[in-house]
Design a protein around this ligand. Structure first.
Ligand SMILES: Cc1cc2nc3c(=O)[nH]c(=O)nc-3n(C[C@H](O)[C@H](O)[C@H](O)COP(=O)(O)O)c2cc1C
Length: 336
């Protein structure tokens, strides 16, 4: 995988943290970037600026302190509103605008946004042209392979995107109708890569260094988006990066490193969201980190009842102390 360019930005690798609402907040983005991602993308921000005054929207629009280049995803179904939202986010510090035409979430689709837009190619054209014209920064697009299996128009949309001045394209190898079921397919992504000359990133079910290699080979893509597999294992980016460069696998992180990363992540969530919201949001992340470790279920049941930051940190430390004791007696050099 050679260096990837998005407009004026050269990414140190083509591994991108896929935007995930409720997951890829600033603390998680910072962590993934530090652990090897070439680019991280914000949670989607609605293009309806009348909704920007909620706490949730405000937290999503803090771009200050984000790793550069700062890619901010916007979602909506109206060209003018999306253009205005793009401009406003650039003023707030976005360096890349990513348009969401890939998300099947009901809330988005009910307003004919996200992947529902793929059905209406004229509207897609109008939106892409409007947003590209509205801002001076690169505009990228995230799509699925089509509306449903009978209407896999991802290739047509990709060509529309290139024509409209989109700088790079991410393709999730499922149709909107597939939701998250079945396996992602990569043939359509390969066809799209062949058909356009802008960088194409493949996405869907990439959960290991070997799978990353496979998907790159199968699609010819310029890079990859990794979503769910980064939850609770943000180090997956350095593992994939290392494997793609050397053909060798890094050992799994030692338990002591997992503990350090998790405690740092916890502290960052508490600081970013404040105590009350931070404690709540930390629960799912902590659950993901520990999901595969013995005793995780009992841990979670108790952890999810804790109501303050100190108690959360102390309980995580206690969990790891127990693990060290049960595995080695001294805790050194234990792989997670
Ligand atoms: C919890 C969750 C939230 C998501 N939110 C968004 C979003 O805001 N914007 C978007 O374009 N895709 C969103 N997605 C889709 C992901 O970016 C990605 O395309 C999908 O999860 C497939 O990649 P994966 O198999 O690596 O997870 C979301 C996915 C999940 C699981």
């Amino acid at each position: 995988m050679s260096a990837v360019r998005i407009g004026p930005y050269t990414l140190h690798n083509g591994l991108i943290l896929a935007p995930m609402a409720g997951v890829t907040d600033q603390p998680f983005r910072q962590l993934c970037k530090r652990l090897g991602a070439g680019l991280v993308v914000s949670e989607m921000v609605t293009s309806d600026m009348s909704l920007w005054n909620t706490r949730k929207s405000r937290m999503r629009m803090i771009h200050e302190g984000d790793p550069e280049p700062r890619s901010v995803q916007i979602a909506g179904g109206d060209a003018q509103m999306l253009a205005d939202a793009a401009r406003a986010n650039v003023e707030l510090g976005a360096q890349i605008i990513d348009i969401n035409m890939g998300c099947p979430a009901k809330k988005v689709c009910n307003k004919a946004a996200g992947s529902a837009l793929l059905k209406d190619e004229a509207l897609v054209t109008e939106i892409l042209q409007a947003v590209v014209a509205a801002v001076d920064v690169p505009v990228t697009l995230k799509i699925r392979t089509g509306w449903d299996r009978a209407n896999k128009n991802g290739l047509t949309v990709a060509k529309i995107a290139e024509q409209a001045g989109i700088t790079a394209l991410a393709v999730h190898g499922r149709t909107r109708a597939d939701l998250y079921t079945g396996e992602a397919e990569y043939d359509t992504i390969a066809a799209i890569k062949q058909a356009v000359s802008i960088p194409v990133f493949a996405n869907g079910d990439i959960d290991s260094p070997e799978k990353a290699r496979y998907v790159l080979d199968a699609t010819g893509a310029d890079g990859l988006l990794v979503g769910r597999a980064a939850q609770g294992q943000p180090w997956i980016f350095r593992e994939i990066d290392h494997y793609l460069r050397t053909g060798e696998k890094l050992p799994a992180p030692e338990l002591i490193e997992v503990e350090r990363i998790l405690l740092e992540h916890l502290a960052a969530l508490h600081a970013f969201y404040g105590d009350v919201m931070g404690v709540r949001i930390a629960r799912k992340h902590v659950g993901w980190y520990l999901a595969t470790l013995p005793g995780a279920r009992e841990f979670r049941a108790h952890f999810n009842r804790l109501e303050d930051t100190e108690a959360q940190c102390a309980y995580v430390r206690g969990f790891f102390a127990e693990r060290y004791k049960s595995l080695t007696g001294d805790g050194e050099g234990v792989a997670a």
